[in-house]
Design a protein around this ligand. Structure first.
Ligand code: UT7
Length: 310
């Protein structure tokens, strides 16, 4: 039995914060942010809108897209480093709100790689036949853990949510191969200590190396080549890091998905947000080979080769 995405949805908050807005708040410029990161604007959740609220909205859309009801869910996995509170988990809060009475629920802490960790975890339950439907949500309200006086980090991140329903799909479709990894020795380069703290250059070097390697590894594991790739969906952290991964796969520009300009780095939400963007634009078609790849705090990384469709 193969597991694949049978429905997907997203939610981003209404409030837009542009680079020009940031220029008024701190010593930065639109020019610096755009050229160094590719970001033009990001979304910010309202004060009374927490991580679980955004996750619920994305989850409902994903279930509607999949054509299933909340009672059909066996498990809810929420990838987040910005839970409403340490416990109950965001997954349990979403379970209550959507009425997924039969579902088990837990959060996954793998920072920006969280959505990859969630999909791979959910896949195991489906492929063993233990569960039919697993909801995987990637959601962050990073704005609440940013130091708005630190231009090194404050300009990079945004809030948002993406959710996917995993279920059994036909042979040759769904998740074909994956790679997950961690290197705790690099944890000191990106962590939360009240606010997000980051050694940007170290994370940059790690990301460029790891994204490229992981993409190649999942292709090899699936017995596929660079030429087989229809779409690269990288974690949206920095356009220069994403470009390095694209070049490693020797893909043309139109084969890499870019949403960082609109949403900034939304951590665990960035890959599902981006998949929805491409689906809505009609760019991802049934049977396409997608490579998803993420990296983040931990340090962690994860990549998936997926044949789109049910
Ligand atoms: O999801 C994973 C999360 N993290 C990442 O993916 C981050 C990976 N790293 C990066 O994306 C890049 O390292 C950054 C975008 C964070 C920084 O870009 P950089 O090209 O590595 O710049 P830098 O840190 O080497 O800084 C260059 C200069 C410095 O000034 P000096 O020392 O050369 O005078 C910084 O102080 O840019 C300055 N700078 C800024 N200037 C204007 C740093 N942040 C800003 C800013 N506005 N927001």
């Amino acid at each position: 039995m193969n597991a694949g995405i049978i429905g997907i949805g997203r939610y981003v908050p209404e409030k837009v914060l542009t680079n020009f807005d940031l220029e008024k708040k701190m010593d930065t410029s639109d020019e610096w942010i755009r050229t160094r990161t590719g970001i033009e604007e990001r979304r910010l959740a309202a004060d009374n809108e927490d991580t679980s609220d955004m996750g619920v909205k994305a989850a409902k859309k994903a279930m509607e897209h999949a054509g299933i009801s909340p009672e059909d869910l066996d498990l809810i996995l929420v990838a987040t480093v910005t839970p409403d509170r340490p416990f109950p988990s965001v997954a349990c809060m979403i379970q209550e709100e959507i009425g997924a009475k039969k579902a088990a629920a837990m959060d996954i802490s793998a920072a920006c790689s969280g959505f990859m960790y969630g999909l791979v975890t959910g896949k195991q339950f489906i492929e063993t036949g233990a569960y039919q439907h697993v909801l995987v949500v990637g959601v962050e309200k990073l704005s609440k853990i940013l130091d708005w006086n630190d231009r090194n980090t404050a300009v990079l991140f945004g809030d948002g949510a993406g959710a996917a329903v995993l279920g059994p799909v036909s042979e040759g479709r769904g998740i074909l191969s994956f790679e997950l990894g961690a290197d705790g020795t690099g944890g000191k380069h990106l962590y939360q200590d009240q606010y997000v703290k980051m050694n940007g250059r170290e994370v940059f070097k790690f990301a460029v190396r790891q994204m490229g390697e992981s993409c190649i590894h999942v292709l090899e594991k699936a017995g596929l080549n660079k030429e087989d790739v229809d779409f690269l969906l990288p974690h949206q952290a920095n356009i220069r890091i994403m470009e390095a991964a694209r070049q490693r796969l020797e893909l043309s520009e139109d084969k890499m998905s870019v949403t960082i300009n609109k949403f900034g780095n939304t951590s665990a939400a960035s890959i599902p947000l981006t998949i929805v963007e491409e689906l809505e634009a009609g760019n991802i078609k049934d049977g396409d080979l997608l490579i998803m790849v993420g990296f983040g705090g931990g340090l962690t990384w994860g990549a998936i080769a997926m044949r789109w469709g049910r």
